[in-house]
Design a protein around this ligand. Structure first.
Ligand SMILES: N[C@@H](CCC(=O)N[C@@H](CS)C(=O)NCC(=O)O)C(=O)O
Length: 206
């Protein structure tokens, strides 16, 4: 049994929970807010969420956890068998994480936590997000899934990247991050009905 540490409101926690469900791995949720306390740092060296307890140890970082889950529960595979296609899925995941989600996150303190972010940060966030969106749009297939005709890890990152990033952009800039990206909008609507993701989202309310 794997322990999943964190809080349901976290997009990365939700992503890992959806992967655990998708792969049919037994897990239990352990409420653990992000802190710099030693018990949390032992699980997650940056004190972030999520982390997991498995195989007598702890692991943080969603991409590392996803790689681990793909080894212990190979079916359904979330990376294509073809090595180049698998690399392309991870490439898309990296751009979603680093060039969209992490960029939008700079304005998270003002968007959701009542703090203030400088005008300079807002301006660089907007420019960097535009560049990140151009990058992911180049790589996304969206026919019907993010990386092609099968569901992959990139779909889970797509859903949980845009959930947070679109909310930030709407709140801070009063803009639709996905304007002009109808293919991504269609994919997000499709993914919202995917059973593992739908269950995670339904349980957030509980
Ligand atoms: N790179 C990490 C990011 C995890 C992350 O940013 N978690 C957020 C919640 S969604 C967090 O714990 N924030 C608290 C903090 O930064 O101290 C991953 O992929 O798992």
């Amino acid at each position: 049994m794997i322990q999943l540490y964190g809080l349901r409101l976290s997009n990365y926690y939700s992503l890992i929970k959806a992967l655990l469900i998708e792969k049919g791995v037994d897990f239990e949720e352990v409420k653990a807010p992000p802190t710099q306390e030693e018990d949390n740092l032992a699980r997650s060296p940056m004190g972030k969420m999520p982390s997991i307890g498995a195989d007598g140890g702890y692991m943080s970082e969603s991409l590392a956890i996803a790689a681990y889950l793909d080894r212990i529960a190979p079916e359904p595979a979330l990376l294509p068998a073809d090595p180049f296609a698998a690399g392309k899925v991870v490439e898309l995941v990296c751009h979603l994480k680093l060039d969209v989600e992490l960029v939008a996150r700079r304005c998270l303190p003002e968007a959701f936590f009542g703090q203030t972010v400088s005008d300079e940060t807002k301006s660089t966030t907007r420019a960097d997000l535009a560049r990140g969106m151009r990058a992911v749009q180049r790589l996304m297939v969206c026919n019907p899934y993010a990386a092609g005709d099968t569901l992959t890890l990139a779909d889970f990152y797509t859903f949980y990247t845009f959930g947070l990033s679109s909310g930030v952009v709407q709140t801070i800039f009063d803009e639709d991050l996905l304007a002009g990206h109808d293919n991504i909008k269609t994919l997000l609507a499709h993914l919202a009905e995917h059973p593992s993701i739908a269950r995670v989202e339904a349980e957030k309310a509980g």
